[in-house]
Design a protein. Sequence first.
Length: 170
Amino acid sequence: MARIYISLGTNISPEQHLKAGLVDLQQYFGPLQLSRVYESESVGFKGTNFLNMVAAADTELSIAQVVATFKKIEQDNGRIRGEKKFSPRSLDIDLLLYDDVICNIPVELPRGEILFNAFVLWPLAEIAPELPHPVTLQTYGALWQDYDKQRQQLWPITFEFPAELLPVKY
């Protein structure tokens, strides 16, 4: 059984897509551990603000199967493949960590943006503060503490989680 950490982000009907994405993730992976939801300005392009969060789950699926599942959930929620890298998203789901695996195929793990984007690092540090990054070996709590908080604007928001989510730790 592998512990996976998942980044979710959306700026197109964000509350609707984030809720639907969480329900879908739970259907595939069971109970989720959830960070708070954060709002952030778009990065890399001018657009409406994003809602972002991190979830953790346990799975017996391979890395490739997890990524394929995420792509299916994104597609089911209106994600169009072939979009520009920096553009609005109905739902963006990325695998951040798969246990302590370090690889580049089928995806880069640990995901590089963990160290650079506040909207990934802060919610990850919230739910896994003592977990060490597999490359730097620093804990996510320490990485967030040392992060230049002026680089990106990010703030926690009040979010009504879907009632159908199983009881989980928030």
